[in-house]
Design a protein around this ligand. Structure first.
Ligand code: NDP
Length: 479
């Protein structure tokens, strides 16, 4: 059985505890590799390595940083299939989807490699008196903590800008999906990333993650994960005056108006509901449909959803793979029960799927569509993060907006309409950090990424990320 290792000071090493934890393949429900059960001592080793590497890395020229980060991108591309297969086995997502995500992970490194070359800062002239310029300097050693749903993609989305801006990093992937982060360690060695610049520690959140967050000398924490974990992290980091970027949960609305491009809206809504088993923070899990097309849309949606093949993530024709863990599988099933208790009518799915042979103990749930629920009930306001969506009719733009804004989350929203004025009006009024109009998951890496309300604090992406990972210092020179 494969033993994963921590990546500290450029070396692959075991945890001090010499203990390992089980890593499961969700498709089979079986343990297939072992992860180091790291603790404070490993975090401290990683911090010391990062601290020692910082002076040289921050003084490395932007061009040399570009060359190394770009090399990492190239190696991810070269190993696309191997990484994608590993991601699929580790997370449960279809292999074809993992291949796309590996392309996106390479793009993250490539994008921020070029950002290192192009980042600039402002200057402010006080006519006749003084000139101010802003020095943007790396923070030092920073922590990056990522979740299990898009493992390497979200891991690289943090690490790449942190390194590009000249910081050294101690990073923790989710203990549930550690494999591609481990493989990234080897890629970094091959790419010639200097020792200690990036350190990857495996282990559980309350031990490794907490130690990183409360470490007195780690001055910035970039975290993506659940809202309650984010709240806990903020409660520790805020009194220590750390810079914090929190990308948290969502309960995103898809609003479908009668004047939409019907076929496109149905097809994309199937994707925005069930891609990656619905385990994407940007999935639209509340589908609000204008009443005049409610029945027609419902029928078309159900017909498409019934055709989604749930199966072995490694099979080419699988559209919905396995749920990431037993714990999460139980959570999603508990919401199906809650939906029934709240009066929901299950139109399709609504149950676990039991496959055969090697997959008999895997965690599979049928893509589920539910109607007849109050727009503000628990099923419609709490994050389920699985292959479960609800449909609800509305009568007016105002009502759609009220329903869309009724949760404590505000990450993304999707609007389907051909009326450009309405689209602009709604985009301005809807409470979310990202609005997609007549599309979904179209991502330009330069745009600000993040949520409002309980979906987070701060923004990632483009210059936002470069600004987060640097401290601005104003220098004023009297003329
Ligand atoms: P969690 O909050 O459980 O975990 C996220 C990461 O934090 C993991 O690496 C976890 O470690 C770690 N962690 C857990 N406890 C602590 C702690 N006390 N201190 C520091 N770190 C800790 O989220 P999930 O992994 O379950 O991810 C799903 C959530 O992520 C959903 O709510 C989803 O909406 C959100 N998400 C948000 C995105 C966004 O951009 N806004 C994007 C993707 C997901 P470990 O797993 O090893 O315990």
């Amino acid at each position: 059985m494969q033993h994963l290792l921590n990546y500290i000071n450029g070396e692959l090493v075991n945890a001090h505890s010499q203990q390992f934890m089980d890593n499961y393949n969700p498709a089979t429900g079986k343990v297939y590799s072992l992860i180091p059960d790291s603790d404070e001592k490993d975090v401290e080793d990683a911090y010391q390595a990062a601290k020692s590497a910082f002076f040289a890395w921050k003084n490395t020229s932007n061009e040399d940083r570009f060359i190394i980060l770009n090399r990492i991108a190239e190696l991810i591309d070269l190993n696309n299939d191997e990484l994608a297969k590993a991601e699929s086995i580790d997370q449960g997502k279809p292999h074809w989807l993992a291949k796309n995500e590996m392309i996106r992970s390479a793009q993250n490194f490539r994008f921020f490699a070029t950002a290192a070359m192009q980042f600039s800062s402002e200057s402010h002239h006080m006519e006749g008196h003084a000139v101010n310029y802003t020095l943007r300097q790396p923070i030092g050693v920073v922590a990056c903590i990522s979740p299990w749903n898009l493992p390497l993609y979200l891991f690289s989305w943090k690490i790449a800008p942190a390194l590009a801006a000249g910081n050294c990093v101690v990073a923790k992937p989710s203990e549930i999906t550690p494999m591609t982060a481990f493989m990234l360690s080897k890629i970094c060695q091959e790419a010639g990333l200097p020792k200690g610049v990036l350190n990857i520690i495996h282990g559980i959140g309350p031990k490794v993650g907490s130690t990183l967050v409360s470490h007195p000398h780690i001055k910035a924490v970039s975290f993506t994960g659940g809202t309650s974990t984010g709240k806990h992290i903020a409660s520790i980091a805020a009194p220590m005056f750390k810079k914090l970027s929190l990308e948290l949960g969502g309960k995103n609305p898809s609003i479908v108006f009668a004047d939409c491009d019907f076929e496109k809206a149905v097809k994309t809504t199937v994707q925005s509901s069930f891609l990656n088993q619905g385990e994407i923070c940007l999935c639209g899990s509340r589908i609000l449909i204008e009443r005049s097309i409610y029945d027609k849309f419902k029928e078309a949606l159900i017909q498409e959803v019934k055709q989604l093949k749930v199966g072995n993530p490694l099979d080419k024709d699988t559209k919905v793979g396995a749920i990431v863990s037993q714990l999460h599988y139980d959570k999603v099933l508990s919401y199906l029960q809650l939906a029934k208790e709240e009066g929901g009518n299950i139109l399709t799915g609504g149950e676990a799927i039991h496959l055969e042979g090697d997959l008999a103990n895997g965690w599979y749930i049928a893509p589920t569509v539910i109607e007849n629920l109050a727009y503000d009930c628990r099923t419609n306001t709490e994050e389920i993060f699985g292959p479960v969506v609800t449909i609800t009719p509305f009568d007016s733009e105002e009502e759609a907006l009220q329903m869309a804004n009724c949760t404590e989350y505000g990450l993304a929203s999707i609007i389907w309409t051909q009326d450009i004025t309405r689209a602009h009006n709604l985009a301005a009024q809807i409470q979310s950090g990202i609005v997609w109009i007549n599309c979904w998951l179209l991502r330009d890496l330069r745009t600000p990424f993040g949520g409002v309300k309980n979906s987070g604090v701060g923004r990632e992406g483009g210059w936002e990320a470069m600004k987060f990972f640097t401290e601005p210092k104003n220098v004023c020179i009297k003329l």
